[in-house]
Design a protein around this ligand. Structure first.
Ligand SMILES: Cc1cc2nc3c(=O)[nH]c(=O)nc-3n(C[C@H](O)[C@H](O)[C@H](O)COP(=O)(O)O)c2cc1C
Length: 344
């Protein structure tokens, strides 16, 4: 138990003090919008609001799940939840494993008093749901008043971590059982290695309502683990780049784009490629002023929408983009006609 707490503490410290970003990008630099010199819209009237599981959000942005389970985590969660509430965007908590195993730690996840109306996304690991009784997960979600549950898929991290839980047998059927039992929706969430189309289909069939692709190109969990201990070498750059994962999965389920989303322009590109929302973890943890960071992302998103003549997010979803470089090569290997994004 104490091991989980100190591991979560180490994760945040390493993410803040060391370079744990993938060297190979998420693919956003391979994506370019076709500029519209005649946008014929008023930038002041651009609407970036969206709906998220039936709730109106002011922007298609999410503060992604990171922490909980030790004293400093409480401070981080409360600070970021308050920022999410201020901007009316969803807020994700980190893995609730610590509080499931030691209920005293529940208070490090509770944010309702600082963010009474914020959309809260709870978080449990795939390897854990296969072993926890459903009632235990239900009560952990009720304890934080969650509006949705993210089941995180972190096979890469578990595989390289010396103390990792490498038994992923029964995960899909546990997700299916959970989706029948819960009243709130389930989001299947990677943690930086991306989701493929065939995994998306299996998750959809198990009752998952949304994916958070969390692709390769942002925070690298294998790099974090390499800095913690003596893991299996050679997997620093492993994973499906975020942009490839977005394009691969968008046809199957509504998507949250994450993993290396570093600006409102990256968020705009994600939406043009088929994502519904875009999320960031590390940028909001590291920001001196997370509220200002969101403000900047919103401004960049609006600017990209103005310059593509997109008055709202539905229009942005059809904006014309060039898919170039390594991203185009990878997508062509998956038989995606990348030219269609520029010609639509
Ligand atoms: C310090 C830190 C802790 C994290 N802990 C969790 C976690 O407990 N559960 C989870 O699903 N993802 C966790 N993540 C992964 C993020 O939610 C996200 O998927 C990943 O970092 C990629 O996004 P980024 O490139 O914007 O950081 C964590 C990320 C960071 C930076």
């Amino acid at each position: 138990m104490a091991r989980i707490q100190s591991r979560k503490e180490q994760h945040v410290r390493i993410c803040l003090e060391e370079d744990v970003q993938y060297a190979r990008g998420a693919g956003f630099s391979d994506i370019e919008f076709l500029h519209n010199s005649l946008p014929e819209i008023d930038m002041g009237k651009i609407d970036i609001s969206t709906s998220f599981f039936g709730r109106r959000m002011d922007a298609p942005l999410i503060i992604d799940g990171m922490t909980g389970g030790y004293p400093k985590a409480k401070e981080i969660n409360r600070k970021l939840a308050a920022v999410a509430a201020e901007h009316n965007v969803p807020f994700g908590l980190g893995s609730q494993r610590a509080m499931v195993e030691n209920p005293i730690l529940t208070q490090t996840y509770r944010v309702r008093d600082v963010a009474p109306d914020v959309f809260i996304i709870g978080n449990i690991g795939a390897a854990q749901i296969a072993h926890y009784p459903v009632a235990k997960i239900k009560s952990a979600l009720e304890a934080i008043d969650a509006n949705a549950l993210a089941v995180h898929l972190n096979a890469l991290q578990e595989a390289v971590q010396p103390e990792g839980d490498r038994n992923f047998e029964g995960v899909l059927s546990a997700i299916s059982k959970l989706s029948d039992a819960l009243r709130i929706p389930i989001i299947a969430k990677e943690t930086g290695a991306g989701i493929s189309a065939d995994a998306a289909v299996r998750l959809k069939n198990a009752g998952v309502q949304m994916l958070n692709v969390s692709g390769a190109g942002g925070t690298s969990w294998s790099k974090v683990e390499y800095l913690r201990g003596k893991p299996v070498e050679g997997f620093r750059e492993w994973g499906i780049p975020t942009v490839v994962s977005i394009v691969s999965c968008a046809y199957h389920l509504p998507l949250i784009a994450s993993g290396g989303v570093r600006s409102g322009l990256d968020a705009a590109k994600s939406i043009a490629l088929g994502a519904k929302m875009a999320a960031g973890a590390h940028p909001f943890l590291a920001a001196k002023d997370a509220s200002l960071e969101i403000k900047n992302w919103k401004m960049q998103l609006r600017t990209a929408m103005f310059l593509t003549g997109s008055a709202n997010l539905e229009k942005l979803a059809k904006a014309r983009v060039f898919v170039t470089g390594r991203t185009a090569q990878l997508l062509q290997c998956l038989r995606v006609d990348v030219g269609e994004y520029a010609m639509r």
